[in-house]
Design a protein around this ligand. Structure first.
Ligand SMILES: N[C@@H](CCC(=O)N[C@@H](CS)C(=O)NCC(=O)O)C(=O)O
Length: 230
C-alpha cells in the first residue's frame, strides 16, 4: 500500500522540513506502508487536492484524503488495525493529544524563534516573500527581531524539556519500550529544527538528544535521510 504525502519543502525539494509533515512521515513508516511524496512549497499548499486544507500535511490513500497530522495518524490506525498501533487504544489517543498540545505550546514557539531566519533562507524568492510577510504579520515583528531572542531563550527552552528528560529515566520512548505517535509528535518538532537550522538546541549529553538520536534511527534511519543543516 502506498500513501501519497504532500510534504512541505523549500527551494530544495529533497529537504522536507515541516514538523507536522515529519509526524505523518514517521506515522506512515511505523505502519509499514510505503510513502510517495509530493514536494509542496508554501504557495502551493492551498492548491493541494483541490484546496482541501490551508495546511499540510495532507495524504491521499486511494480514494481517501486526510489533512492534519493527528487526523492522519488516527486514520492510519483505524484503516490498518492489523499493523503496529500508533496509539495503543483510546487512552493512548487521548494522551497523545496532551503530548501534541505540550509540544505545540512548549517546543514550537522556541524552535520558531531559533530557526525563523533559516526557514526563510530555505525558500525560493516568491516563497520567501510570502513567508516573511505572513510570519511578520503573525508575530508583529520583523523576522530579524524574532531571532534576536534565541540566545537569551535557550536556557529556558532546555529547562522546559525537563518533563521529557525526567521521563526518559524510566523508559526509552514516550510510548514505553517502543515508540508511538506521541514520540513522532515531539520528534517532528526537533527534526524541523535539525533540518532547518545549524543552531544547537541540545547538548549531546542531554538524554533528550539521545532519545532524538534513537528516533532518527527508527524505520531504517528514515529521519537521517535528510542531512542536518550545516
Ligand atoms: N495542526 C496541523 C498543523 C499543520 C501546519 O501548521 N502546517 C504548516 C507547515 S508546518 C503549513 O502548512 N503552513 C502553511 C502556511 O504557513 O502557509 C497538523 O498537525 O497537521
Amino acid at each position: 500500500m502506498t500513501i501519497l504525502l504532500y510534504d512541505l519543502v523549500g527551494r530544495d525539494g529533497a529537504r522536507p522540513f515541516s514538523p507536522h509533515c515529519w509526524k505523518a512521515t514517521m506515522a506512515i513508516a511505523h505502519k509499514g506502508l510505503d510513502i510517495s511524496t509530493v514536494p509542496t512549497r508554501f504557495l502551493e499548499v492551498p492548491t493541494v487536492e483541490g484546496g482541501v486544507s490551508k495546511l499540510v500535511p495532507v495524504i491521499r490513500d486511494g480514494e481517501k484524503v486526510v489533512a492534519d497530522s493527528f487526523a492522519i495518524a488516527l486514520y492510519l490506525d483505524e484503516a490498518y488495525p492489523e499493523r503496529p498501533t500508533l496509539f495503543c487504544g483510546d487512552g493512548g489517543k487521548a494522551m497523545a493529544r496532551f503530548i501534541e498540545r505540550w509540544s505545540q505550546l512548549t517546543i514550537h514557539p522556541y524552535v520558531t524563534t531559533a530557526a525563523i531566519m533559516d526557514l526563510h533562507a530555505m525558500q525560493d524568492e516568491a516563497n520567501a516573500a510570502y513567508f516573511r510577510q505572513n510570519r511578520e504579520q503573525r508575530f508583529g515583528q520583523r523576522l530579524e527581531e524574532v531571532v534576536a531572542a534565541r540566545d537569551a531563550g535557550l536556557g529556558a527552552f532546555r529547562t522546559s524539556l525537563e518533563p521529557l528528560r525526567s521521563m526518559l529515566a524510566y523508559q526509552p520512548f514516550i510510548g514505553g519500550q517502543s515508540p508511538l505517535f506521541a514520540d513522532y509528535i515531539v520528534f517532528g518538532a526537533l527534526q524541523w529544527a535539525r533540518i532547518a537550522s545549524p543552531y544547537r538546541l541540545l547538548d549531546d549529553s542531554d538524554v533528550v538528544a539521545q532519545w532524538f538520536e534513537r528516533c532518527l534511527d527508527l524505520h531504517d534511519g528514515l529521519g537521517r535521510t535528510v542531512a542536518a543543516a550545516s
